[in-house]
Design a protein around this ligand. Structure first.
Ligand code: PLP
Length: 381
């Protein structure tokens, strides 16, 4: 079955008992046993819950992994994944990462001596050099990156990681499985903030891990229960509901973002637009090979610096000034003072997150309204 069919039907036959076409929300923290340790596969709600199980099976199906696991947030998923690393192990990571991910890596360095070496995500050579420098447990990347929309060549970096006995972990939040399935390119583990495109309606927080191998999946399921950062059954249901429209939503996100990117690129007030769907994006060809669409996220660098960026943000009417992304509504934000303010200023500068940078999450409103909104705001920059 094709992706748009699987988002609706994978692991979701009508309920056997009632014929309900949607999986029931099982609000039960515990499950009756017929004799001590004799049960129907469910014992206690932290370990597993039937609604969550459906979500986890759908996630595994869409990403092409053997096991999916759902969490209370993207960082809950990341924390659980990091529990799997021995103390004093080493991470090689793309330098352009969600701010909260870097904050957690830094915390693990201070607390457990797990060090992270950062390399530029689009520079495959830099990954090779970093891996040569010493034993590495995991290579961790986002692609496209947040907020600069750079791509990692997943096939090449997966091969490099495996040559050095490291696992490749890909945060696939920006692309979603509708546009990119990292396991097909060699990744060992996929991470999501389901808060974003998978939930899709800015009404829940959630996270996910999808493992290529059953053994890794089993280990992470053990940790999921041991750590306990699990989603509620209602949140699991809402992510499932969001997923059913993922295919159609992503196509509209792509159309809107592509229209907005062109308008920004045509403006004299904008120095650079970061969107993998633009022909002059340095990795346009890689984006075409690796992704099934260019996504709904983009960022733009204003010539007038922070003051111009702020004027632009103030004038937007359809776009709401807010953190987060991937919902049906369009959002705009200023990474240097919002999503990435926890990254030290010197590192922000080294990566290229300047005061003039604005990030847009293009929603599924009518693209013409979004274009008009951006054009109007540009006039007053
Ligand atoms: C939001 C986000 C996270 C963190 O997820 P939460 O659900 O907010 O905990 C991780 N990675 C990326 C790329 C994100 O956008």
């Amino acid at each position: 079955m094709r992706f748009d069919t699987r988002v609706i039907h994978a692991a979701q036959p009508p309920d056997e008992l009632t014929g309900a076409v949607n999986p029931p929300i099982y609000l039960s923290s515990t499950f009756a046993q017929s004799a001590p340790n004799k049960n129907k596969g469910y014992v206690y709600g932290r370990t597993s819950n039937p609604t969550r199980t459906v979500l986890e099976q759908v996630l595994a199906d869409l990403e092409g992994g053997r096991r999916g696991l759902a969490f209370a947030s993207g960082l809950g998923a990341l924390t659980t994944m990091l529990e799997d690393l021995p103390s004093r192990s080493r991470i090689v990571a793309g330098s352009d990462l969600y701010g909260g991910t870097r904050r957690l890596f830094e915390h693990h360095r201070v607390q457990f001596g797990v060090t992270t070496d950062y390399v530029e995500t689009s520079n495959t050579e830099a990954f090779a050099e970093a891996l040569e420098r010493g034993p590495t447990s995991i290579v961790y990347v986002e692609s496209p990156t947040n907020p600069l929309m750079r791509l990692c060549d997943l096939k090449k970096v997966a091969a490099l990681a495996h040559r050095h006995r490291a696992r490749l972990v890909v945060d696939n939040t920006f692309a979603s499985p509708a546009l990119q399935r990292p396991i097909e390119h060699g990744a060992d583990l996929v991470l999501h903030s389901t808060t974003k495109y998978l939930g899709g309606h800015s009404d829940i927080l959630g996270g996910a891990l999808i493992a290529r191998s059953a053994a890794r999946g089993e280990r992470l399921a053990w940790l999921q229960n041991a750590v306990g950062a699990i989603p509620s059954p209602v949140d699991a249901f809402l992510v499932l509901r969001g997923i059913r429209t993922l295919g159609v939503r992503m196509r509209r996100h792509c159309d809107g973002a592509s229209a907005v990117a062109k308008v920004l690129q045509a403006s004299r007030k904008v120095a650079a637009v970061n969107y993998p769907g633009l022909r002059d994006h340095p990795q346009y060809q890689l984006a075409r090979r690796q992704m099934d669409g260019f996504g709904g996220m983009l960022s733009a660098e204003f010539r007038g610096g922070a003051a111009a960026a702020r004027r632009f943000l103030r004038r937007l009417r359809v776009f709401t000034l807010a953190e987060s992304l991937g919902g049906v509504e369009s959002l705009a934000e200023h990474p240097a003072s919002m999503t990435h303010s926890s990254v030290p200023a010197a590192e922000r500068k080294a990566v290229g997150i300047t005061g003039g940078l604005v990030r847009l999450s293009v929603g599924i409103e009518h693209p013409a309204d979004l274009v008009e909104d951006v054009e109007r705001a540009l006039r007053s920059v």
